[in-house]
Design a protein around this ligand. Sequence first.
Ligand SMILES: [Zn+2]
Length: 510
Amino acid sequence: MRPWAKRVVLFGIDGAGTFFEQADTPNMDRIFRHGAVCRRVLTEIPTISAECWGSMLHGVDCQRHGLTNWLTGQRHFPGDSLFPSVFRVIREHRPEAVLASFCDWDNVNYGIIEENLGVHKVHARDCDLVQPAIEFIHTHDFTLMYFQFDSVDHEGHAHGYGSPEHLMAITRNDAYIGRIVESMEKCGLMEDTLILVEADHGGTPPDSLGQGAHGGDSDMEKYVCFFAAGGGVRHTELQDMLVRDTAPVMLYALGIPQPASWNSRVPAGLFPDHMKDLPRPEGLLPPVPAPCPKPEKGLFMKQMADLQPLMYLSFESMDSLPPHARQTGKLYLTEGIRGRGMRFDDGSLSLDFPLKGGSFSLTAWVRPDAAEGGVPLMSLHAPGCPSSVLDVTVTGEEHLMLTVRTSGNVSLSMDTWLPPQWKKTWMFLALSFDTQDDVAGLSLNFEPFLRQRTDGRQLFPECADFRLFLGMDGTEDPGRRLPGTMDDVCLYRGVLDQQDIARLKAYYTE
Ligand SMILES: [Zn+2]
């Protein structure tokens, strides 16, 4: 691969969608006069920042990178992920490369771009990023510089996307871009620099309250503009581009091959030596744990006794259900992860158990087969304190969500995207609630726990008795049942930690 550019600059304009076309952008008009443009780049759906920026920087769809706005505020992107960001790929090819990220929305620096890569990360309001960026350009021979400007999205939310305020913000961002590019021109860098401008998503026009939103799949939300100039790109209009194709474009310009795991590609016609319209590669899928299918011989309760299992459902036979289990509809015993499991298509279970307050944890193997519009996996209620409710749901196609409501309000919500092959495979879910410190933990497929504080709002304050719903939520609506199978549901007294999870993993996979 020949490199077309020595360096790449990507200006990401949050919430600008395709509204560049309506805004006054004299600087961009000048910079991209002889460049390439795509006026209908399809972004990720849902049209939410973490999903879209995640795809733009990691070259895969959101089900693969798994990022949500919540998740990007909780943990650093795993440095060993199958889906590296463009920063990590460049770092692995060029250990000495200078990489920088100037972000207004700090979640990008915290949770989307990996830690420990030596990326120069700056966080400030977009107007305050311009001067530090110019100084950086004067003092560093950089390879990749990324910007995330957030004020356009703020104006879109406040006044509607396409409103005069929103368009004015794009014009202000255009001026920032102009100043930064001008400083590169002064340094004589333009000869071998690829300049990109792109939005993560758009948004809706002013509603009855004069405000805008995004997240949906309307044209104004899901299409964005992409501009490219320098670095050998042709003067052309691209037709078929996804937001996740941006990452391959950056690597291609630098002469670095893209990872085999990415399911994105350089749009045909953008570079002179890449004219053929090749299909997007299928990429790779994230690994799922491979459970070892052994018969259940009552070993779980023996081996895990010190984890204080309070209630263990092996689903080996209908007789093995606790006597207080209440069944509605029809339940089927079928192949499980260990011995048999239980199918919940036509029925559900509710079980009462005493906990007498204190911390608790729950683990379960789940294999949901379809999730149109959102299906409940399980729900935990305390009949003595009806104001607290915990729900685990699969919303949309491949989106797992844990919510806790106290007094009718959502006091905690944790969510992530699931690997695309999850419909046909089992996933191991572990929840943990520390009622002393009011911290909730969620772990998927034996990954480290993600933990979140509930900001002083107590989960199930002083509740003695609990009711666990499996395959449905507390509404017991037969129309909202889980089309799928569960196995080895276990409730524990106390908080599970990472060591406990490692033991459970060993039990199931060795
Ligand atoms: Zn956004």
